[in-house]
Structures are given as structure tokens and as C-alpha cells.
Design a protein around this ligand. Sequence first.
Ligand SMILES: N[C@@H](CCC(=O)N[C@@H](CS)C(=O)NCC(=O)O)C(=O)O
Length: 214
Amino acid sequence: MIKVHHLNNSRSQRVSWMLEELELGYEIIQYERDAETSLAPESLKKIHPLGKSPVLEDAETLIAESGATIDYLARTYSAGGLCPTVTDADYERYNELMHYSEGSAMLPLILALYVRRLGDAGEPLAPRITSEIELHIGYLAATLGANDYFMGEKFSAVDVQMTFVLEAANVGGGLAKIPNLASYLERVQTRPAYLRAIERGGVYFLGPKPDDTV
Ligand SMILES: N[C@@H](CCC(=O)N[C@@H](CS)C(=O)NCC(=O)O)C(=O)O
């Protein structure tokens, strides 16, 4: 059976969500972040040398990197339903967005998280980080446009990959003033498969807020 090495409150929510979309059976191996450092436990390094989550095991196949994992699941199990094939006209667009998510969009969001911990010492970096975040949010808003999903009218693996970026950007309500991205988030976060993944994976602070905390 497929195994997901899942860290609480992390990108591995994407992988369980993808598995739920595909209605595949899977086992979750749960890891907890250190309460002080938020780092993954050392035991994850026994599964993959980087010690990061997610890691997926499917028989002899072991994959780290959420984008590669989601693409693998789409190619292997969705029969073309959640990703184009390499000869399709929209394949390069799909591939670009899959890479863009972790390769470009996440960088300033992660930097903001780390630099915040420096307090006043991080101030000189703030304008550049803020302008980069704005650049990526603007690009994502323009790319989605009036479509329901990033590849157009049809939900795809790109949406599973990109939602974490928008959730990270929305911490503190960052997308409230961007109507198409805000309603997109609501659209994907109410998908039954998304909600089932959270139920199985446990606490996920980036997800939809309970009614009493909205
Ligand atoms: N680019 C990687 C990032 C993996 C990653 O950094 N995962 C985080 C959780 S979101 C992690 O394992 N952090 C714990 C640690 O670094 O100890 C991916 O998309 O899978």
C-alpha cells in the first residue's frame, strides 16, 4: 500500500489531498514537529536523507519533493484526468506551474517567515521580500484570471500543488483584497477530498479556519 510520511502542519497535506482526489488507499506515517524549533524529527532522515516531508513510498518507488510526488501520482494513477500528457498543447504550461510553485513562489514566503524571527535586525530585507511576495501574488492572480482553476476550467494537479502557496500567502489574511484568489482558495478548500485529507492528516493551521475564529 502507498505510504505517506506526513509531518503535521506541512506540505505533505498536498500529497494526502492528491491521494484523496484519486481515491487511492494509503497509509499515513505520522511525524510531529518539534514544539520549539518546528523542525521534523530525526527519524525522517531514515526515510530520506533530507529529513523533510512529504516523502511518498509506492512499492519500490520513493519520492521526496511535493511537486514531483503530485506529478507522479497524477501521471501514474489519474489516466490523464489530473494532468496533460507530454504531447498535449498545455503540457509546458502545466510543467512550468508545477515547478514555479516551489522553485519561485515559495521562496519569499519562506524568507519572510525566517526574517521575521530576526526582529529589527531583519528590517533591511523587508522591502525586497515584500515586493517579491507582491510580484508573485500579482502573477498568480493574473494567471488564474477569471478561470476556476490554474489550468482553466478543469481542476488539475497544479491546483493541488499551488494551493499551499496561496495558503502560505494568506496567513494573516494576505489575499483578502484579491477576490479571484480568495474565492479560488474557498473553492479548493471545500473540496471533499481536501477536507478528507485534513481529517486524516490532523491539525493544519494553514487550512480553512473554524467558524468561530474567522
Ligand atoms: N520543496 C520541498 C520542501 C520540503 C520541506 O521543506 N518540508 C517541510 C515541511 S512543509 C519540512 O519537512 N520541514 C521540517 C524540517 O525542515 O525539519 C517540497 O515541496 O516537498
